[in-house]
Design a protein around this ligand. Structure first.
Ligand code: PXG
Length: 460
């Protein structure tokens, strides 16, 4: 292999240089520098190796993105061939190219029939940036330029750029660098933590009705769209109660507010359906996509539009004043095309739905159903969250749940499994190609990490 960097340096050497040059995502950099990051050097299938030669089962698909796992030769071959053929061109000034055209043909063959157009980006954050401008443009074209407020949810995540973080509802992100105007938020449908005495169904309806109240407060004539993840990802892999999405859809339709699904994590087979909104049974007007579109092999995202929106923008919109240098990048498009072909032709999404997904959830319920530390198991397909609980009967959470979850994650690394921690929840989202044996290993090692955490918490 002709890697352009020195292949084998000492871990400490890497760490010192990393500390000298990088500000990492969502950490206290000084604390990380003192500890030193793990240096990941290789991936194959579901496994990663670090610079010390230690092997990990990656239970998080990188950052929820490597649907096909690591080391797929068909994807690298697609990238190499496209680089040889046409390494770069763009979609500006009356040009296009075959890779992006074939990608879109395949993408729309996988999507429900009421979607027709896509604006490609390089990331999920950018997809949501484009969303805001596109939705506002749509209402301008329809003669309603005052419809420009976007409603999001507290603890939602839509990316890290200025507008995407403003759409999201992570207050600590808002505090860094501010917000944009014309964005409002409603509560998240996190029944376990916030449902109180209500049944999940009552709570789901109550959360959805907040959208109606917010629209009425702001004036429906001013509200452009509602954006939400079909299930929250970064916020804790939280599934809304079943009553939630039908009510949200009713409200959006009643008040002529666009329903914008952020499918960056939920898309491309994670739930066993191609898209998470199909699993939950609602029909968004737009879909923000990224991550699994390329299995994370190259950066690519996009905003998918319904036929109704696309028709207004194309037939009546005139010049669409937007463009990114790398929209529809040919190499990313070729990799996305190879990735989607593999997901389709190898029957991987169906396998998640019919086989590995149910297998994982049966196993999780066997292992954690009566675990003293776990109050709730959520998820579907190759997606799961374990909720820590101090008192399962009352759904009381540990005061130090964040520390406990972080500790559990660290134990996981020691045991050779990567799982994600959020506030009191442990998350798994392994590659969609995971075998039953790999899922056994994932759950087994996670159980050891959870047991070790339970001992610290005085629960075992
Ligand atoms: N929307 C959603 C729903 C996401 O989960 C983005 C948009 C932004 O995508 P980009 O490609 O700009 O990062 C995301 C990203 C985590 C984690 O640890 C989650 C994300 C990114 C990094 C870490 O849960 N989601």
């Amino acid at each position: 292999m002709n890697l352009p960097f020195e292949p084998q340096r000492q871990t400490q050497d890497y760490q010192a240089s990393d500390a000298a040059h990088h500000i990492h995502a969502f950490v206290d950099q000084k604390a990380l520098n003192a500890e030193g990051p793990r240096v990941m050097v290789r991936g194959e299938g579901l496994y990663l190796w670090d610079s010390e030669g230690k092997r990990y089962l990656d239970g998080m698909s990188g950052l929820w993105c490597t649907q096909l796992g690591y080391g797929r030769k068909d994807l690298t071959a697609a990238a190499a061939a496209q680089m040889d053929q046409l390494a770069y061109y763009n979609m500006f000034f009356h040009t296009t190219h075959p890779a992006v055209i074939e990608l879109s043909e395949l993408l729309f063959s996988l999507l429900p029939g009421h979607y027709s157009h896509v604006i490609y980006t390089n990331s999920g954050s950018e997809a949501n940036e484009v969303l805001i401008r596109t939705v506002r443009r749509y209402w301008q074209v329809l003669g309603k330029p005052q419809k420009k407020i976007m409603i999001g949810r507290w603890n939602g995540y839509h990316g890290s750029t200025l507008a995407a973080s403003a759409l999201g509802g992570m207050k600590f992100m808002h505090e860094m660098g501010g917000l944009i105007p014309d964005v409002a938020h409603i509560d998240e449908p996190y029944w376990y933590a916030q449902g109180g005495e209500l049944t999940p169904a009552e709570f789901g309806r109550r959360c959805a009705l907040q959208l109606e109240e917010k629209i009425l407060e702001l004036g429906a004539e001013n509200v452009a769209g509602f954006i939400a993840e079909p299930f929250q990802g970064a916020g804790g892999m939280i599934f809304p109660p079943e009553s939630y999405w039908p009510e949200i859809q009713r409200i959006c339709r009643q008040y002529d507010v666009l329903l914008c699904a952020d499918e960056v994590i939920g898309g491309f087979g994670r739930t066993g359906e191609w898209f998470a909104h199909q699993y939950f049974g609602f029909e968004p007007d737009t879909l923000s996509i990224a991550k699994g579109l390329t299995s994370g092999y190259l950066p690519m995202g996009g905003l998918v539009l319904s036929k109704r929106m696309a028709e207004a923008l194309v037939e009546r919109g005139g010049v669409f004043a937007h463009g990114l240098t790398y929209s529809g990048h040919p190499v990313a498009a070729a990799v996305a095309l190879a990735n989607l072909k593999a997901l389709r032709d190898e029957g991987i999404v169906r396998q998640v739905k019919d086989d590995t997904g149910p297998y994982l959830h049966t196993l999780l319920h066997e292992v954690f159903g009566n675990h003293p530390m776990i109050g709730e198991i959520q998820g579907t397909g190759l997606l799961a969250a374990l909720q820590f609980a101090e008192d399962k009967a009352t759904r009381k959470r540990f005061a130090n749940e964040n520390d406990l979850a972080w500790q559990c994650r660290t134990f996981g690394f020691e045991e050779g499994v990567i799982i994600r921690s959020t506030l009191g929840r442990m998350i798994m989202a392994p590659a969609l190609v995971a075998s039953r044996a790999e899922l056994d290993e994932l759950v087994d090692k996670t159980r050891i990490a959870v047991d070790r955490t339970a001992r610290i918490a005085g629960k075992l």
